[in-house]
Structure formats: C-alpha cells, structure tokens
Ligand binder design. Sequence first.
Ligand SMILES: Cc1cc2nc3c(=O)[nH]c(=O)nc-3n(C[C@H](O)[C@H](O)[C@H](O)COP(=O)(O)OP(=O)(O)OC[C@H]3O[C@@H](n4cnc5c(N)ncnc54)[C@H](O)[C@@H]3O)c2cc1C
Length: 290
Amino acid sequence: MDVAVIGGSLAGLQAALTLGRARRQVVVFDDGRARNRAAEHVHNYLGAEDPAPGELLAVGRRQLATYGVEVRDERVEDATADDDGFEIGGVRARAVVLATGLWDELPDVPGVADGWGRSVVACPHCHGWEVRDQPLVQLGMRGQPDRSVTRALLLSRWSDDVVLCTDGDEITEAQLDRLHRAKVTVRTERIQEVRGARVHLAGGDVLTPGRVFVVVRQHQQSELAETLGCQVEDGAVVTDDGGRTTVPGVYAVGTTTSPALLAIGAAGHASTAAVAVHNDLLELDLGGRW
Ligand SMILES: Cc1cc2nc3c(=O)[nH]c(=O)nc-3n(C[C@H](O)[C@H](O)[C@H](O)COP(=O)(O)OP(=O)(O)OC[C@H]3O[C@@H](n4cnc5c(N)ncnc54)[C@H](O)[C@@H]3O)c2cc1C
C-alpha cells in the first residue's frame, strides 16, 4: 500500500481522492466522528447545495470507489514506524496521512450539548446566514471573556440584535465600548440552562434568539500524531506547506493542522498536501530518500 489515510471526513477523503487519481494505492480508516456530524447541513461549501454532513461524505466515498480507494470503517488504535514504512491498522504503508480532526469542548452550561449542531452552533460563517437579522445570543465560555467578546463582535455582522451572555464573567470598559459600537448588548448573569434556543438566565429572564452561538475549545481527536513522534504545538500538528510533519513519511491535513479551517478549507488543504505526498513518493520511487 502506498498511503494509509487516518480519518475519512472531508480532509481525509479529499486527500484520498487526489492520491487515488494519481494512481496511488490508498486505504482510508474512519471511525465516524466527523466534527460537524451533529449539524443538519453543511453550508458555505462551493458546489454543494447545503447537503447533510453524512450525504457529502457518502458522495465522496462513492467517488473514491471509482479510483479503487478502500475505505474501512475502523478506528486506528496504534501506528508504528520502521525502516520500510508504517504499520497502520494491520496494513503496511509507505506514507501516512493524518486527517483525524478535532472535537469541540462546549461551555459547561446545562442543555448546550443537547442542542449542539442545531439550535446551538459555534461558527457564524457556517450558520449565520440562515438566521441573519434575527435576535441572536452569543454565549461566552466562562473564564475566557476576551474570546467571548471577539466572537460577539464577529456575530454582530449578521444581526443588529446580538446579546452577549458572559455567564458571570466581567468585561472591561474598553470592551463594553467596542460592543456598544457594534450594537451588542451584554448580560453578565450566570446562565442557568439553554433549552433549544431559549437561554435561561439566573434571576429568571429568558432570552429567545433564533439561534445560540457558543465559544468552544478545540482538541485533537487522536493522539496518533504524538504516537508517531510528530511535533504538536498549541493543539495543532506542525507541518510545512505540503502537509509534511516533522516525521518523514507522515503528513497531516485539514483541521488537524489548522483548527480554524472551514470545511472547504480542510478539503483544499488536504488536496495540496496529497500532491506533496505523491511527489515525495515519486522521489522515493526514483531511489531518493525522505
Ligand atoms: C456543529 C458544526 C457544524 C459545522 N458546520 C460547518 C459548515 O456548515 N460549513 C463549514 O465550512 N464548516 C462547518 N464546520 C466545520 C467543519 O466541520 C470542519 O471544517 C471539517 O469537519 C473539518 O474536516 P476534517 O476532515 O479536517 O476533520 P473532521 O471532520 O473532524 O474529521 C476527522 C475524522 O477522523 C476520524 N478519526 C479520528 N481519529 C481516528 C482514528 N484514530 N481512527 C479512525 N478515524 C479517526 C473521525 O472519525 C472523523 O471522521 C462545522 C463544525 C461543527 C462542529
């Protein structure tokens, strides 16, 4: 096998597509935890008219079959390297592509997890257009008032009626001034719970926005990068422009390397990296070294 791709969401499948079309032998492993799987639609993806996340991946898998790429619905628990390549999920491969993605830690507020992906979302670029001009709530992450303010300011471009709920955090006069200029209202009470898109504040007030936006903390879904010895900094696998990690033969693509990438950015990054993988393998084919 030329390449084992670990992670079969948008980045992993796109890497496999580019490599399959380059006539590389590729296997993809995926255990079904695409980051956006709770969402009803993927928005802001050129050429795809707001499909369900699973639908987009199913189309991708069908495309891959055309090029002989195998997709296994399996979790890779371990990865080892030796002089001849890698052992990944019982398969020998010359190169590895990590497309293992992220998971989102949500604010610790009752009910937020229940609405996640539907009435509760994080990214206005992904889910803002559908609720433009509606009343919106930006829920802060307690203990991170700076990020909460930044996100509320961002959200204010989608609606003139944004309420920032800090869940008990105080914010500075300078921040208040910026929020005021962006027409964002601030509530600093603790939040009791979020039920659907209803935000229950301590003291009894209930806000009823069209959607609740939250601040999240992102974490790597897999420790395989560390297992293989790759450098990881600030929660992202370190790579060069071609997705090459600090370990020869190991590549990382998509949000694994850059948490802020939207869906199409993750896929685009993976395609660029896959070209680098193909070129590096070509050098090996010609007797070169990693
Ligand atoms: C709720 C929500 C909604 C979103 N909506 C949008 C949107 O509308 N538009 C947009 O542009 N972006 C959206 N995003 C962002 C989008 O989800 C990401 O940009 C995209 O999923 C990144 O793709 P990825 O392939 O890098 O990683 P991921 O989607 O995180 O995929 C990683 C894959 O690797 C697999 N995996 C991990 N470890 C292993 C292992 N050890 N073995 C096997 N498989 C493994 C996982 O199962 C998963 O399938 C949304 C995000 C969230 C949280």
